[in-house]
Design a protein around this ligand. Structure first.
Ligand code: ATP
Ligand code: MG
Length: 638
């Protein structure tokens, strides 16, 4: 069986096969990877404990699949193209051969610093090629990486280091993001006051920010590389790993509570990310693929590093932010590097759309063949803008639905193969068996229905445990409904059997007995011409059970706020119906978002309820100050 599916008819046939004979199906897919030794058993599982094992008995190293096996044929092909924050700084290209050399070199640095298979390593770096090198070097020697987004606070880092008992931290003096410089090493120093397990810190030079270097603990990246060079740059053969050995720990973004240390393992994750990458994006041999996510999120792990590299793709990584020096930066990058595939988040699309079309006009985007989105439901207006202005109406948009816990895409179009509908993730990929259930866990069959989205059969990239706390994994994902993986997302399956994610289950409102997804209401509000973005939550309502509270960012400052409120209500009425009209509309200048761009609705819910005494963990917020402003505004509205 070829890896890439080429027609809708073929998709249907393979999907059917993958459900009827999942083990045979995944074994055929796994044949496309390089194994030191093949598996004895494809799958062993129960969702009760849970206990999930894929490709038991197999031995491999994921970096041999991402690097070594490509070097013979694709040695001079760019593996990583790096675009710096400052457009005037030179970009960098690492070919597959060069990337392998650098990974081997840094693997030896890790070994020289006492790191062995199974040790946990925390990586807190800006978006520079050394981040990819560090991640792959850990994987090469069998150390377990825990990448922490280079914008988190000292407290967030300390919590993550302690949760995983990391022995080593890899960081930089600082990082550039737009006009800002972030003093990474100094933040690490603050974090380490609370971390007993860390013996060594490796510091990369990036911003030349002055840093304190503690003797016996802190060493420079560049000095350590020199040591390996004086040792004659010996190769570093990849450690042979068992299929289910831990590959990495990654903490979820925390939009629904305390972040969870999601664990992924070597073989299943490799097969799943490679398979879904090449299919969803229909990657062609010379295409340049650009994912704008940060490697601190699962999207960067699976679809900047592991998925693209295992498929021999050219993966472009960007150090900066989409709106600096201006809102045309992503389009400049597309033009400069002749990007073919662009993968970004609805939040970025909305903000670039709001900045105005002048930033897109005149940019050569003719190389684009495929587009993708991830992270949240995309509203129709943003979808059409993306389709028309960026894809020029001829690049399929893959709206990829997945989670940190799923490792890779579960429900997503296959570009140019399966149909697309704005706001829909469409159909499950082969091997994925979604079902909708009601509150009692009863399956809701047929089409034209909505419910809680669960998955009833394992897929290779799925979560194995939450680090150090298997019970939390069981409780969160496998105990809500018996024998099902519970996603926490609400979902609609339309008359055609197409799936649309309607938001978190907690975000489904019950207004006078009608179930309405917050995303649906937001979508309608956002259609109003003066609205940039909105967030909708429910609050207790004496008559309706739940009332609808909308937080709205408007593009112009209206002197008559009440009139705009009425206009918004009219818009929602027209699009969904009078039932979905917000009971309260509060204008705000920003929304509380996590660093990955997700709205922390639990905070808005508390504010809407009038209970602001305990807003819970807000350390993963991008801009905590916005919360106070919203609290004040809510008081006035009461
Ligand atoms: P936590 O689990 O700690 O609350 P999180 O869920 O925000 O954090 P992620 O794993 O990054 O962390 O996000 C996964 C969630 O993002 C999904 O459950 C879903 O709600 C949302 N999501 C991702 N992609 C899409 C998409 N294409 N359409 C709609 N929603 C999406
Ligand atoms: Mg989640």
């Amino acid at each position: 069986m070829d890896l890439q599916i080429k027609s809708f008819e073929e998709y249907q046939r393979i999907y059917q096969y993958s459900v009827e004979k999942p083990e045979e199906f995944w074994a055929e897919i796994a044949e496309h990877f390089y194994w030191r030794r093949k598996w004895n058993k494809v799958l062993e599982w129960n969702f009760k404990e849970p206990n999930i094992k894929w490709f038991e008995g197999a031995r491999l190293n994921i970096t041999e699949n991402c690097l070594d096996r490509h070097v013979y044929k694709l040695g001079d092909k760019p593996a990583i193209i790096w675009e710096p924050n400052d457009p005037n700084e030179a970009h960098r290209v690492l070919t597959y051969k060069q990337l392998l050399d650098k990974v081997e070199q840094f693997s030896n640095v890790l070994k020289n610093n006492g790191i062995r298979k199974g040790d946990r390593v925390c990586i807190y770096l800006p978006m520079v090629p050394e981040l990819v090198i560090a991640v792959l070097a850990c994987a090469r020697i069998g150390a377990i990486h825990s990448v922490v987004f280079g914008g988190f606070s000292a407290q967030s880092i300390a919590d993550r280091i302690n949760d995983a008992d990391c022995r080593l931290v890899i960081t930089a003096d600082g990082g550039f993001r737009g006009t800002k410089q972030i003093a990474l090493k100094s933040i690490v120093d603050d974090a380490l006051v609370q971390c007993k397990s860390v013996e060594r810190v490796i510091v990369l030079t990036r911003t030349r920010t002055p840093v304190s270097m503690i003797k016996g603990r802190d060493v420079w990246w560049e000095d350590e590389i020199k040591k390996v060079e004086t040792q004659g740059n010996p190769p570093c053969p990849a450690e042979e790993m068992n299929a289910e050995d831990l590959l990495f720990i990654l903490y979820t973004s925390g939009s629904t509570g305390k972040p969870k240390g999601v664990v992924h393992t070597c073989a299943g994750y490799m097969v799943y990310t490679g398979y879904t990458f090449t299919n969803a994006f229909q990657y062609q041999p010379d295409e340049v693929y650009f994912c704008t996510a940060d490697i601190g999120w699962i999207t960067g792990h699976s679809y900047i590093i592991y998925g693209p590299l295992s498929q021999g793709a050219t993966s472009l990584m960007f150090e900066g932010v989409p709106n600096w020096p201006d809102a045309g930066r992503l389009w400049d990058i597309v033009e400069k590097h002749k990007v073919n595939i662009l993968y970004t988040a609805p939040t970025a699309i909305r903000s670039l759309m709001a900045a105005g079309d002048q930033y897109v006009e005149g940019k050569d985007l003719s190389t684009i063949t495929k587009l993708g989105t991830v992270g949240e439901p995309i509203n129709e207006e943003a979808w059409h803008w993306y389709d028309q202005k960026i894809g020029k109406g001829k690049a399929p948009i893959v709206d990829t639905w997945w989670q940190t816990e799923t490792g890779g895409f579960l429900i997503s179009p296959i570009a140019g193969v399966t149909p697309t509908v704005p706001g829909y993730a469409m159909l499950p990929l082969p091997g994925v068996q979604p079902i909708l259930v009601d509150e009692n866990g009863q399956e809701i069959e047929g089409n034209g229905v909505s419910g809680n989205l669960c998955i009833k059969y394992p897929w290779p990239g799925m979560i194995r445990t939450t680090y150090g706390d298997h019970e939390r994994c069981r409780q969160t994902y496998f105990s809500v409904y018996e024998n099902l993986y519970f996603t926490g997302d609400g979902c609609l399956r339309d008359e055609n059997g197409y799936y649309r994610i309607t938001g978190r289950v907690d975000d489904v409102l019950n207004v006078s007995g009608h179930r309405i997804g917050t995303a649906e209401v937001e979508n309608a509000i956002n259609m109003h011409s003066d609205v940039i973005e909105s967030a909708v939550v429910g609050y207790p309502h004496p008559v309706k059970g739940q009332g609808i509270y909308a937080f709205v960012i408007a593009s112009q400052h209206h002197t008559d706020e009440d009139l705009t409120r009425q206009d918004i209500n009219q818009t929602v009425s027209r699009i969904i119906g009078a039932i979905a009209k917000p009971d309260k509309i509060q204008f705000v200048s920003g929304l509380p978002k996590t660093r990955s761009g997700k709205i922390m609705r639990r905070i808005l819910r508390k504010i809407a309820e009038g209970d602001t005494s305990n807003l819970g963990d807000t350390t993963t917020l991008l801009d905590p100050a916005v919360v106070d402003e919203i609290k004040e505004g809510a008081e006035k509205l009461r």
